[in-house]
Design a protein around this ligand. Structure first.
Ligand SMILES: Cc1ncc(COP(=O)(O)O)c(C=O)c1O
Length: 404
């Protein structure tokens, strides 16, 4: 087993004289995570859809598809233009998990359908359907839609624990939308998406907010029966009405240990777990390996035991908090300084006792979120052992920025 010091030395050797900052993927860890996640899906008799937002690098998506074999089924995408870009890159079975009524987006999606790509888009209200139906009728193509159902926990009136995504909350709501889809001649009900954000997206072993952990675990436990029941009942109710679904999707990296056991789900989604950004260290049911890093160089030594790195302020989205900062991972034991955090152009670090770093040495950081790291770099260096095996351009490196 490689020690943290050995890993730091190996990654330092691998990046050699590469210009810093740089981002890298340690392929052995990435592949081990992929084997683990795909095996969980396969052993449960399900396929796994890769969430592109958590990768944002076509070459890595290609490698994941190859590693997943028959268990890898399609991509979950986040923008219509991104969906078209991935289709151009050779991917198929694309599920756009975020609705849109904009004409340009819909035209893009329908263009893919006309080109015989399997493409579907999430809907959750009649207005979504109207926009799709109108344009699909104009170009005379059928559009595949996927109903998203909200399974947040609402223990008391006015309390909503879960993501704010869809207004469809019950089996009856979903059946009504399914009927509305059936009534529109150019729409086909392709599947159902039921993402349980309060479980998959909620850390429950978070060292930055330890007092919240028991409450988050309780929310997860209390949520499960409702989530499971809704998925099961909805699958049965749609089947009873003669709807034959191509997919019933659920879960994310943070919930895979549990969602894989749900009989109603035909497929699971995972993205972040492949690169294993640091937020995924804080889940009780997960043991993945850090696979993505960014390297900053040490440029100053402002005091004994403190070094200052160049760059660093890659802060993650979501509920603002200390856990959204990057963590200095290698050498192990380095700490950000509370007063400065991860800075815009420089980041001071307190070194652990016994560790010294020279000017020019790299420090390897982990981003809190897997996909966002790719927005800061043009490429990932793909590291095998102590050398760069290949380079993988990110969306950004390919000139693509889908979310602005
Ligand atoms: C619908 C949906 N499913 C699954 C996921 C989980 O992806 P990840 O494995 O990257 O957490 C997300 C992420 O936000 C999502 O929006």
């Amino acid at each position: 087993m490689e020690t943290p010091h050995e890993r730091w030395s190996r990654l330092r050797a691998a990046i050699g004289d590469e210009p810093l900052p740089c981002a890298l993927v340690d392929l052995d860890a990435f592949e081990a995570n992929a084997r683990d996640l795909f095996a969980q899906a396969r052993e449960a008799g399900k396929t796994l859809r890769i969430a592109s937002k958590s990768i944002r690098t076509p070459e890595l998506l290609r490698r994941l598809n190859a590693l997943g074999g028959a268990t890898a089924r399609g991509l979950m995408t986040y923008h219509a233009r991104e969906t078209a870009f991935l289709a151009e890159q050779g991917f198929d079975d694309l599920l756009l998990a975020y609705p849109t009524v904009r004409m340009d987006d819909i035209a893009t999606l329908l263009g893919l359908a006309l080109a015989n790509k399997t493409v579907s888009v999430v809907v959750d209200e009649p207005e979504h359907l109207d926009a799709l139906e109108k344009h699909a009728a104009q170009v005379n193509v059928r559009a595949k839609v996927v109903i998203e159902v909200d399974v947040s926990l609402r223990p008391l009136p006015g309390v909503h624990l879960g993501s704010r995504r869809s207004p469809i909350r019950s089996v009856a709501d979903a059946l009504a939308l399914a009927d509305a889809i059936k009534a529109r001649p150019h729409l086909d009900l392709h599947g159902v998406l039921i993402y349980e954000g309060q479980i998959a997206g909620s850390t429950d072993r978070n060292p930055f907010t330890p007092l919240m952990n028991p409450a988050k675990r309780a929310v997860k436990l209390l949520s499960r029966p409702h989530v499971e029941r809704t998925r099961g009942e909805l699958a049965a109710a749609l089947a009873a009405r003669g709807h034959r679904l191509a997919l019933l999707n659920g879960g994310g990296t943070g919930s895979i240990a549990w969602t894989k056991k749900e009989p109603a789900l035909t497929e699971l989604t995972a993205g972040s777990g492949f690169l294993d950004s640091h937020l995924f260290d804080y889940y009780r049911d997960l043991s993945l390996r850090a696979a993505a890093f960014f390297a900053l160089q040490v440029v100053r030594r402002p005091a004994p035991g403190i070094v200052t790195c160049h760059g660093g302020g890659l802060i993650a989205s979501g509920e603002a908090g200390v856990d959204r900062l990057p963590v200095p991972a290698l050498p192990a034991g380095c700490r950000l300084i509370g007063f400065e955090g991860a800075g815009e152009v420089q980041t001071p670090l307190v070194l652990p006792r016994g560790v010294t770093l020279s000017l020019g040495d790299p420090v390897f950081f982990r981003h809190a979120k897997a996909g966002e790291l790719a927005e800061h770099f043009n490429e990932y260096l793909l590291v095998r052992g102590a050398r760069v095996e290949a380079r993988a351009p990110t969306y950004r490196g390919m000139g693509k920025a889908f979310l602005g």
